[in-house]
Design a protein around this ligand. Sequence first.
Ligand code: SAH
Length: 495
Amino acid sequence: MTNVYLVGAGCGDAGLITVKGKNAIEKADVLIYDYLANPELLAYAKPDAERIYVGKQAGNHAMEQQDINQLIVRKAQEGSTVTRLKGGDPYVFGRGGEEARDLREAGIVFEVVPGITSAIGGLAYAGIPITHRGVATSFHVITGHRKDEGSLDYSLYAKLSGTLVFLMGMGHLGDIAGGLMREGMSAELPVAVIHRASTPRQKTVVGTLDSIESDVKKAGLTPPGLIVVGEVVRRREELNFFEEKPLFGKTVVVTRARSQSSSLSEAIRGLGGEALEAPMIGIEKMNTEELETCIDNLERYSHILFSSKNAVQIFFEALHGLGLDTRKLGNTRIAAVGRETGKCLEGYGIMADLVPETYIGEELMQILIPELDSTSKVLLPRSADARPFLVDAIGKICEVREIKTYKTVRTDQGEGLAEALAAGSIDYVTFACGSTVRNFMGCLSEEQKASLPDVKMISIGPVTSKVMNEHGLSIYREAEEHTIEGMLEVIVHDR
Ligand code: SAH
């Protein structure tokens, strides 16, 4: 059995992970990721998976390579399934080979899951095909950063007619362009530099070998960046699909409440925008022993109600932990509140008997009541923050056993929010209900609150607007249709 997965996370856009890579994230007990791997991918991990950031931004290494290798080995030796997430492809200047070698030496079984490298995928997002019939018949991916191996051999590269892509070259852009021209490449040859390719912060500067250094300086581009040299750069005029998306370059904060799905974030990202979720809500398991005892005696229950994905995951982890499987649920009727919960159950091979569409307990009760009589016994493994309504309502009919299997905790403000607030780079904040207003305001410092007036606040409807007013937030627009789509509509048409 595989202990360690070395996974290419793709070059930025979280959707560029492979199916195999996503599976490896879902399986992991420990996730070790670096700065080029999109942190959104961590959302696929089990709620209690350990997440370790090992950095590796140029000049700012959170951890040395040797220590990272040792960490992976140690975690695997402790018996954990480890997924090592690396930006792009693990073997394209990713030092994946060294990590794999150390694993092999320690006798640990590993698998490599290739990823979409920035050298190819990053170019595509800037509208640049790495080869093009009649324009470039080969390509060469070159490191611009050579620590101990001497300087680059420009006389060799200048003779190549294919597309040249330099990675880790932002600090040496002048040397690279100068070296290629000195060795005979035309000063007029087109060059593109792409900053943070395939992310909402992508920026592309196009120039020539002669001009590119000053063009990039003028535009203020910083690493990470891709340097593309070759005629294919001209194709960008007709192939630039990404930077033309309606929300490209816009940053939207999606404020979250407990157990709220992130469909708005997905839609924003689909339209090319950056979605920052805040605050981040994590979960903490509770009462595992109590749950295990109940699972041992599962036959006693006529019904199990699952009201969230987390509840399902925690239940099945406990079931599997006891060496049991879905057969244990053979005679039990199963209800799932909300479509997402139902889908999650399907992942475990269970088609729920009852699935109300909304998260509203009252609606569940309506379809549940005809099922229950005084001999029924209902198991309700769920969040400690849930309303007492269901327990009270079911308790009037039959026995109900509630187990608080987890509680939600606010982990932090969310990846990037503090940074974006400080930089003043947020365009919109969206509020989908009153509790998102309270959660969001509760996670901000006074200083951060003071920076809010420059941001456009969007409300889903009058009830939310009222709460926003109570918190002193000025509303830029209220959605005409009081839905997530209605809020998106406002942003897309705001010019
Ligand atoms: N394994 C990675 C490359 C690691 S080397 C891959 O396959 O993509 C790190 C360099 O990759 C950075 O210095 C930068 O040149 C490039 N890079 C990686 N992701 C990038 C992105 N999204 N935008 C621009 N450059 C990127």
